[in-house]
Design a protein around this ligand. Structure first.
Ligand SMILES: [Zn+2]
Length: 155
């Protein structure tokens, strides 16, 4: 098994990266939450979803709509624009970040299999645009799901 002990943060730069990327209460999440709230949308934060024995905690959850929203940090989830592996302890960081990416995939897959819709955004994306996408999704749901081929019935 891999050693789980974190190597000491050897430079101020690494410390700064770690500090700026703590999983919870990152700024983009907070801004998105307040934006959604301002739109009159009500949601749960820190809502724990269990599927297949895994514990999954999306950033924003609309329980009735079964919508799970993640705002993935550019560093921890390695966004294509800003994802960087720190030079110091590169192997350690690479492994950790790869594990996050893998976990994201598994979480999305399990949630979708359990009937959830998963929306993932990067923290660098515009919160206004993200909020609009979420609102569109929710208002489409309100108007009724598109009929599935088996439930169309008579006209
Ligand atoms: Zn990014």
């Amino acid at each position: 098994l891999a050693c789980k002990v974190s190597p000491p943060a050897t430079s101020a730069a690494v410390m700064a990266v770690m500090k700026a990327n703590t999983r919870s209460n990152t700024k983009p999440e907070l801004r998105l939450r307040s934006k959604l709230h301002g739109m009159g949308l009500r949601f749960r934060k820190d809502f724990l979803i269990r599927c297949e024995g895994r514990r999954c905690r999306p950033d924003i959850v609309f329980t009735k709509k079964k919508l799970a929203v993640f705002v993935d940090g550019c560093f921890w989830h390695h966004c294509p624009i800003h994802g960087r592996i720190p030079v110091t302890n590169a192997a350690y960081w690479a492994e950790k970040i790869l594990r996050n990416i893998e976990r994201d995939k598994i979480d999305s897959k399990l949630l979708e299999e359990a009937g959830w819709t998963v929306l993932r955004f990067w923290e660098h994306e515009d919160v206004v645009l993200i909020a609009e996408q979420i609102r569109n999704f929710i208002s489409n749901r309100k108007r009724g799901k598109p009929p599935s081929p088996t439930s169309q019935g008579h006209i």
